[in-house]
Write a protein that binds this ligand. Structure first.
Ligand SMILES: CC(C)(COP(=O)(O)OP(=O)(O)OC[C@H]1O[C@@H](n2cnc3c(N)ncnc32)[C@H](O)[C@@H]1OP(=O)(O)O)[C@@H](O)C(=O)NCCC(=O)NCCS
Length: 266
C-alpha cells in the first residue's frame, strides 16, 4: 500500500503539468479529513459546517496559508511559491497521526519531496520529523546525509551539506544575520558543512561559517567562526578542544582548504 501511495505521488511530482498546490491539498485532505476527499471546495463553502471545520479544511490548501519566508524582503517569491506547496505538505504531514513519529513512511515521503524543493540532493537522504527550512530552494545536499528531529536549516543565504553530513536533534544551521543596529539590515552568507561533518545535539552554526571536512560541533555549541577539518569545537563561542584521532598529519593547524569550499559533497 505504501509503495503504491508513494509511487502515485512521485508520478504527480514528476509531471510538469501538476498543480503543486492541488497536489498538496488533495494529499493532506485524504490523510487528514478523508470524509471530504474529492469535495474540498464544496465543504469549505458549506455554511452548514462549523466555521472551525471550514477553516481547518481551507488550511490544507497552501494558497490559504502564509509561511514565514513570504515576509522576508530577500525572498525570491516566484521560486518560493513553486516550493511552498511541497514545504506545506512536508510540515503538515509531520503533524498528522500518520506522519511525525511514523518514521518509515515519513523518511520516504521527505526523500520523494526533497529533489523538488532543494537546489540539489544526493542519494539516500534521510530526514526525520519536524525539520524546517527557510526557503528550501537554497539548500544543496550531498549523498548519505542524515538530518535528525527538530532541526532548522535556514537556507536564506544558502546552505551546502557535503556527503555523509549528520545533523543531530534540535541543531540550527543559519545563513542569514541581522545588523545589531538596523534590525531590517539582513546579511546573507552561505554556510557550509563539508564532507563527513557532524553537528551534534542542540548546536548552532551561524551564517557564513565553514565547518571543514570531518569537523565536529559539540552538543550545545555555537559555532561563530570556521571549524577546521577534523577539529572538534565545543562551547560558546565554539573552540577546538581536540583533533580527531583519525586526522591526517598536519590537521592540527590546517585552516579550511579549497576542497571545503567546492561544490556539494566535494
Ligand atoms: C563534542 C564531543 C563529541 C566531545 O567528546 P570527546 O572528544 O570525548 O571530548 P571530551 O569528553 O574528552 O571533552 C574534552 C573537553 O571538552 C569539554 N566538552 C566536551 N563536550 C563539550 C560540550 N559539548 N560543550 C562544552 N564542553 C565540552 C569536556 O568537558 C572536556 O573539558 P576538560 O578538558 O576541561 O575536562 C561531545 O562532548 C559531544 O558534544 N557529543 C555530542 C553527542 C554526539 O556525539 N552526538 C552525535 C549524535 S549523531
Amino acid at each position: 500500500m505504501t509503495d503504491r501511495w508513494l509511487g502515485a505521488l512521485e508520478e504527480r511530482l514528476r509531471d510538469p503539468a501538476t498543480d503543486r498546490a492541488d497536489l498538496c491539498r488533495d494529499t493532506l485532505l485524504e490523510l487528514a479529513c478523508p470524509t471530504y476527499a474529492g469535495r474540498w471546495a464544496e465543504a469549505v463553502a458549506d455554511e452548514a459546517l462549523p466555521m472551525g471545520t471550514r477553516l481547518a479544511l481551507a488550511a490544507l490548501d497552501p494558497r490559504h496559508v502564509t509561511l514565514e519566508p513570504e515576509y522576508y524582503g530577500d525572498c525570491d517569491q516566484p521560486r518560493f511559491q513553486r516550493v511552498k506547496p511541497l514545504l506545506w505538505l512536508w510540515y503538515s504531514f509531520d503533524r498528522l497521526p500518520i506522519g511525525g513519529q511514523a518514521v518509515g513512511l515519513g523518511v520516504r515521503l521527505r526523500r520523494a519531496l526533497a529533489p523538488h524543493i532543494f537546489r540539489s540532493v544526493g542519494r539516500n537522504f534521510k530526514c526525520f520529523q519536524h525539520v524546517e527550512f527557510s526557503f528550501g530552494y537554497n539548500l544543496e545536499v550531498g549523498d548519505d546525509v542524515v538530518v535528525h528531529r527538530h532541526v532548522l536549516l535556514d537556507d536564506r543565504g544558502g546552505i551546502r551539506l557535503g556527503h555523509r553530513v549528520s545533523i543531530s536533534d534540535y541543531a540550527n544551521i543559519y545563513s542569514h544575520t541581522h545588523s545589531i543596529v538596523e534590525q531590517v539590515d539582513v546579511t546573507n552568507a552561505q554556510t557550509v558543512l563539508a564532507d563527513d561533518v557532524r553537528v551534534t545535539y542542540h548546536a548552532t552554526v551561524l551564517a557564513g561559517v565553514h565547518v571543514g571536512a570531518n569537523g565536529m560541533v559539540g552538543a550545545m555549541a555555537v559555532a561563530t567562526k570556521d571549524v577546521r577539518p577534523y577539529h572538534v569545537n565545543v562551547g560558546i563561542p565554539a573552540k577546538s578542544v581536540r583533533v580527531k584521532p583519525n586526522a591526517p598529519a598536519g590537521a592540527e593547524d590546517r585552516l579550511r582548504t579549497a576542497t571545503d569550499r567546492g561544490t556539494a559533497g566535494s
